[in-house]
Structures are given as structure tokens and as C-alpha cells.
Design a protein around this ligand. Structure first.
Ligand SMILES: O=C(O)CCC(=O)C(=O)O
Length: 307
């Protein structure tokens, strides 16, 4: 297939880039053609009906909350989004990065009446990666208000020195075993912080830094799901940095701590994809590697036994 990402409908404005640098998060509208938004909405609907083994562990199906990650490895629509949608070009402009690599994708679905909050957190403390140019592009596939779990950000918190425990909507004990302080209880003291949040329409995106503190309430509407698809992008200084604990990787990557992010798990998209990195995925869906899954599970069990 031709492998060059689409152009966005417009470039980011200088004021948007400045706001990202200053605040750590922006809401950008009218970047993605409708076809991508419609395709991702259908893909998310399909993916939540067919969760990955990791997705099952990070979801709360009994209350409707669905989370899944690295879906681009197994579902072609997400693979196409990575290689062909305008997202990589948007990240390139925002980060001013000659080289853009894909880190991973993640979906977050809260159906109407799913009162599961996303606790306030920083992303980087979940991640086996470090670098100055890492952003997420979080696309909503439904109209979003604060009432239906719109994400909020503590303005400027990406410039804070502190790093906090990675806490997810399931309060995963493995991640919580990180020896880091608890995140501040922003919800309890909202007036102490300058919070950013936006009402959004399908296809609008939030673009945010890997360190900015963010969270969302549950979906308190009775008639509106909140489906979101996040893709994470890195510039050229991103390194493999395996925090203990951090999000398990279910595919071989062959990286040692400090290596530049690279290879088939973190493929280069711009200036152009590297054929050898995409070759295996081009052959078809790539389910998690059983040896990696076993290793990750063993590491989790050992860590939990030790704390
Ligand atoms: O959609 C949500 O509630 C959480 C999203 C999030 O935390 C992220 O994309 O980093």
C-alpha cells in the first residue's frame, strides 16, 4: 500500500503550538477529514467487542469501561491510522521533529452512565520511554462535555519536576507499586489549580505532553457514549527507559535501556517508514508474542510478591 501519511486539513497555528509549549495541552479542531473520524469510530466499536488479552486486564467490563492498547498490531484500521492518517504530520509540526516514531495507541470507552473516573495522572510514569518530544493525540469520536468525561489538564504541569505514581481507572496494583508519591487530589481541590478542558465534537483532538497532569470524571450522561482514541508520538530524542513498574510490552523489541526508540514495535513514520520495521505487520495482524506475555506476567507476579 502507499505509505505516506495524509496531510491534515490545515496546519497548526503558531498560537496553538505556543499554547502547547506553555500549557502542556491544547484542543485542536478541523484537522482530520471526516473519513478518518468515521473509520476510527467503527474501528473502536469493533475493538471493544474483540478486546486483546491486555485490554481485558485494563478494563472494567462489569461497569462498561473499556480500555485497550497496541490495537494497531492486531486491527488494520488502527495500523492504517498510524501510517496513513494525518496524525504523524501533526505531531511532526507540533514537536518540530524531523523524525517521528509511533509509540503506541490506546482507546478509552465510557458508555452513557459509566461513572468510572480517569484518576489524575501523568502518562510518562506508566511508560518505558523518556524524551523531550512525546505527545498524545486524543481524538473524540462523540460529542464531549465535562459531564460526559471530557479530559481536563492542570495548566503548565508538564513543567513540574515531580513525578507521581501511575494510577489508572482500574487502580492497577502493579502500577501503583511504583515508589513515587501519590498524585495530588486535584478533584478535591479544584480551586487550587488552573484547569483546562474543552467541549468537543467528533474528530476534535486534544494534543498533550507526556508529563502534563490530567484526568476525567465518569460519563454522567444517560444517552451519550464517550469513545476516544489516543495515539502517542515521539520525536528523535526518545529513548527506551524501562521504569519499574511500567506498561508491559507484549512484542519483542530488542531494545536495551537508553537505546533510541526504534524497530517494528515503535516504527518510524516520518520522514518515511523503514520497510524492514513494517514488514511483519504488513503480512497481517500480529498477535502478542507468547514469550513476551509470559515474561511480562512473571515480572508482574515477582514484583507483586516483593512489595
Ligand atoms: O480518556 C481518558 O479518560 C483517559 C485518557 C488518558 O489519560 C490518556 O490518553 O493519556
Amino acid at each position: 500500500m502507499p505509505r505516506s501519511p495524509d496531510l491534515p486539513l490545515r496546519s497548526l497555528e503558531p498560537e496553538e503550538i505556543e499554547a502547547y509549549q506553555l500549557d502542556g495541552a491544547i484542543c485542536a479542531r478541523s484537522l482530520f477529514p471526516d473519513e478518518w473520524v468515521e473509520r476510527m469510530a467503527a474501528a473502536v466499536d469493533h475493538a471493544i467487542e474483540h478486546p486483546t488479552p491486555l485490554g481485558d486486564q485494563v478494563s472494567l467490563p462489569e461497569v462498561g469501561f473499556r480500555n485497550d492498547l497496541f490495537v494497531w498490531k492486531t486491527e488494520d484500521a488502527f495500523r492504517d491510522f498510524v501510517y496513513l492518517s494525518p496524525a504523524a504530520r501533526i505531531a511532526q509540526q507540533l514537536l518540530d521533529a524531523p523524525e517521528i516514531r509511533f509509540f503506541y495507541d490506546q482507546l478509552f470507552v465510557k458508555p452513557a452512565g459509566c461513572h468510572v473516573p480517569t484518576p489524575w495522572h501523568q502518562d510518562v510514569t506508566f511508560w518505558p520511554v523518556e524524551g523531550t518530544k512525546i505527545c498524545s493525540i486524543w481524538m473524540t469520536l462523540d460529542p464531549v462535555t465535562r459531564d460526559s468525561s471530557g479530559l481536563e489538564f492542570v495548566r503548565g504541569s508538564h513543567r513540574w519536576e515531580e513525578r507521581f505514581k501511575p494510577v489508572d481507572p482500574t487502580y492497577n496494583p502493579y502500577l501503583l507499586s511504583a515508589e513515587l508519591p501519590e498524585p495530588p487530589d486535584v478533584e478535591a481541590e479544584r480551586e487550587r489549580y488552573e484547569l483546562l478542558g474543552w467541549d468537543m465534537e467528533p474528530g476534535d483532538v486534544l494534543i498533550f505532553d507526556s508529563i502534563v497532569l490530567h484526568g476525567s470524571a465518569g460519563n454522567y450522561t444517560t444517552d451519550r457514549p464517550r469513545r476516544a482514541f489516543a495515539s502517542r508520538w515521539c520525536g528523535e530524542d526518545a529513548r527506551f527507559f524501562p521504569r519499574q513498574p511500567s506498561m508491559p510490552l507484549m512484542w519483542e523489541h530488542g531494545l536495551a535501556p537508553g537505546d533510541p526508540l526504534s524497530g517494528p514495535l515503535f516504527p518510524r513514520i516520518l520522514p518515511s517508514p523503514i520497510p524492514s520495521e513494517g514488514a511483519r505487520r504488513d503480512e497481517g495482524p500480529e498477535p502478542p508474542d507468547p514469550a513476551c506475555v509470559e515474561r511480562a506476567m512473571k515480572a508482574i507476579t515477582e514484583r507483586m510478591a516483593g512489595v
